[in-house]
Design a protein around this ligand. Structure first.
Ligand code: AQP
Length: 342
């Protein structure tokens, strides 16, 4: 029997930040290291999704290759035949299935997509594209082509996963068993555990999550930031005026964010980190310790990045893309036959 598929993608619209790293990349790499006997692991660069919001296209190719190197520096094993790493646009079935699924996606449903509304609000009218609107359909194709069961989704992507399940179930009931339906959001949370809910907040505005497409980079720690500049961003992080670290205080989002970052970058459990700062009446020591931890995390990550073997990465990409092309083409053909195109 073929293995169940765990799948995740990270857009190449910018350098990745520590939220992407700890919230998305490390959990899937952990699965690739520890669960690849039981599951097939697909980690891909959704390069077609990368320009659903405006980007500098002269940088896209370099950014795609850079992000792939980041995956390896973060520990992705390249010598494992159950782990696949690929670029979405190198597998044309993603685009073709999207065009087909478009005609089975209701405007009413699409109009309710919160991420589309949130992202549109940040753009001028002339920058909101049909591609951004259609993002969930392309994402559905990304998932359904490989029959993926498990897809780590944060709150902002849950609606897209439900949308994918909805298309799959509707097409299955109309045309027979075409697609594997991914597990519902609650099961995804159960499967992926605590990392699923992890959200690193913006350092300047801790009410919102760190986001790589934000205009200003002051609140974001990018993996490519110079370690010293990153430490400076941490020292300048927005906190509050309560004057005492109270971990039960929901209004101390900035402090909680720093504790989280300190825990992740040092590999110390959050409750231990929290216990050692609780009750302190100065925020300076927490900021200094977090700044130092981030600085040394970035130093060692960037050393690993420089050491990535580009030749081995390219060889793995070619191998995975050939394999994924064959799986995806088979899925596409099944759909084409079912709907009467073949
Ligand atoms: N702040 C965050 N904390 C933890 N995890 C995060 N992710 C994103 N932000 C945080 C997770 O990283 C993956 C990246 O997915 P994406 O590239 O498709 O874009 P996204 O989810 O929209 O992430 P960003 O950083 O906010 O990018 P932009 O600004 O480009 O949209 C996902 O698994 C996400 O959950």
């Amino acid at each position: 029997m073929s293995k169940q598929v765990i799948l995740t993608g990270l857009r190449a619209n910018n350098d990745l930040h520590i939220g992407n790293y700890f919230g998305a990349l490390l959990p899937i790499i952990d699965m690739a290291k520890n669960k690849s006997d039981e599951y097939q692991i697909n980690l891909f660069v959704p390069d077609l999704h990368s320009f659903t919001t405006p980007i500098d296209h002269s940088q896209l190719q370099a950014q795609i290759m850079h992000n792939l190197r980041l995956f390896v520096a973060a520990g992705l094993p390249l010598d494992n035949s159950n782990v696949h790493i690929y670029r979405q646009s190198y597998i044309p079935a993603h685009s073709e299935l999207t065009v087909i699924l478009n005609s089975f996606s209701g405007m009413g449903h699409m109009n309710r997509m919160i991420q589309y509304k949130d992202k549109s609000m940040k753009l001028g009218d002339d920058q909101i594209s049909v591609g951004l609107f259609d993002y969930p359909v392309l994402m559905a194709a990304d998932i359904l082509l490989y029959g993926a069961k498990f897809i780590p989704v944060g709150d902002d992507q849950s609606q897209h996963l439900e949308f994918t399940r909805d298309i799959a179930e509707r097409m299955n009931s109309k045309f027979g068993e075409l697609f594997t339906v991914p597990e519902p959001v609650a099961k995804q949370h159960e499967f992926f555990g605590k990392d699923q809910g992890l959200r690193i907040k913006d350092l300047v505005d801790p009410a919102k999550k760190m986001s790589k497409s934000d205009d200003s980079d002051k609140g974001i720690i990018f993996l490519g930031d110079s370690p010293e500049a990153a430490a400076k961003k941490i020292r300048g992080a927005t906190t509050d005026s309560f004057g005492k670290i109270d971990v039960a205080n929901q209004d101390q989002a900035g402090i909680q964010n720093l504790l989280q970052i300190l825990s992740l970058t040092t590999g110390t459990p959050l409750d231990e980190v929290t216990a050692s700062y609780a009750g302190q009446e100065q925020y300076g020591p927490l900021k200094t310790d977090t700044a130092e931890a981030v600085q040394s995390f970035l130093q060692s990550f960037q050393e690993r990045l420089i050491a990535v073997d580009g030749g081995a990465l390219l060889a793995k990409l070619e191998e995975s893309e050939a394999k994924m092309n064959s799986i995806a083409s088979e899925s596409l053909l099944r759909v084409q036959k079912a709907i009467g195109l073949r």
